[in-house]
Design a protein around this ligand. Structure first.
Ligand SMILES: [Cu+2]
Length: 380
């Protein structure tokens, strides 16, 4: 009876916990094995995606984007220009900032050809861009009216895959914004259903490199019912440049490490440092000037401000379905965003327009609105 009793007695506590310990050890072993395997998979995946961010071919410019050198300090070429930079600035033909005219009809055909080209981004400073044939960086301003259909044809005349992403489009990006191989073209249509000013850019990975190399521009969509009539309309695309050399003796290319570190060498309106200081935009006293501003980045915002004036009407974020703000000093245009500003100036003078993040002014993101013919103003 006693043995029976013993037999039927539940195992002693010690035995139970020993079994539990064995099971736990076994489970732990399995867990470690599974985690180890997962870690291996993640490592392989990371390796693969890192390789995938590298462009397919190996042009020198493309190689720069795979440079994983993160040694500090990074070399800055901010403000480095040749001795004759003042003459070069005067000789440089400023990008025409005037808003191009609208075209009639329901369909607006736009054809852009991408091209690897060397451009000047500051006086005597050359840079190897991936940009737009006939324009450099930024690309051409597209100007349409709300409701018009845009038929976009993109031809890739560059050496690696590129694409075009329109922020003004409601469209499946995997179809319309897909990569276009060198020598090939893509065509797609979208209806400009939202008024404002929008960025377009290459969306091929790594996007940071493609935008930093000059693949961006602006599309203006006029609201159907129109905006108040103004006297002058200018388009300003803000962007910054990250250089692997000073670009003077030989053209600079992208320094991807500096782009990641947000360490710009030059910051510009319409692709060239200080160009509208040397060649000011113009208005007459009493006129209203409209600025269509896009911050292309790749990373920097534009904190738009006109010194000595007010933003009389500010369509913040390019929102035209609501009334504009009135009499404001500075408005943030976020990277990848746009905004529209009407500025009425009565008094003759030189009025700087800036990004009020002054590190960017220091690197070239400043221009002048010359109102009337103020004394001491440059004649050109
Ligand atoms: Cu691209």
């Amino acid at each position: 009876m006693a043995s029976n009793h013993t037999h039927h007695r539940p195992p002693p506590v010690e035995t139970q916990s020993a079994v539990f310990a064995k099971v736990a050890a076994l489970l732990l072993g399995v867990l470690v094995a599974v985690l180890g395997f997962l870690a291996l998979l993640m490592w392989a995946d990371a390796r693969e995606s890192r390789d995938a961010t590298a462009p397919a071919n190996s042009t020198p410019a493309a190689n720069d984007t795979t440079d994983h050198n993160v040694a500090l300090p990074l070399n800055s070429f901010a403000g480095v220009v040749p001795e004759n930079s003042a003459e070069l600035a005067v000789a440089h033909k400023a990008t025409d900032a005037r808003l191009p005219a609208l075209t009639g009809g329901d369909l607006v055909k736009v054809h852009m050809t991408l091209k690897d080209m060397t451009v000047e981004i500051a006086p005597g400073v050359k840079y190897n861009t991936w940009a737009f044939d006939g324009h450099g960086a930024p690309g051409p301003v597209v100007h349409v009216r709300e409701g018009q259909t845009v038929e976009m044809t993109l031809t890739n005349g560059g050496a690696i895959p590129h694409s075009i992403d329109y922020h003004a489009a409601r469209i499946a990006p995997n179809v319309a914004f897909k990569d276009v191989m060198p020598g090939e073209s893509i065509k797609f249509r979208f209806t400009a259903s939202d008024p404002g000013v929008f960025m377009y850019h290459c969306g091929t990975k790594p996007v940071l490199a493609h935008i930093a190399n000059g693949m961006y521009g602006a599309i203006v969509v006029q609201p159907k019912e129109g905006l108040p009539t103004v006297d002058n309309e200018y388009v300003l695309v803000g962007s910054e440049w990250y250089l692997n050399g000073d670009g003077i003796a030989k053209p600079a290319s992208l320094d991807m490490t500096k782009a990641r570190a947000r360490m710009a060498d030059w910051v510009t309106f319409n692709g060239y440092a200080n160009q509208y200081v040397t060649h000011p935009l113009t208005a007459k006293p009493g006129e209203t000037t409209r600025f269509w501003v896009v911050a292309a980045g790749p990373t920097n915002n534009v904190n738009f401000h006109v010194v000595g004036a007010m933003l009389d009407r500010a369509w913040v974020n390019g929102d035209m379905k609501n009334p504009p703000q009135n009499g404001v000093q500075t408005v943030l245009v976020p990277a990848g965003g746009g905004a529209v500003f009407d500025v009425k100036i009565d008094e003759e003078g030189l009025y700087p327009f800036v990004s009020h993040a002054f590190a960017d002014v220091d690197l070239g993101q400043v221009g002048l609105l010359k109102v009337g013919n103020p004394k001491g103003a440059m004649s050109h």
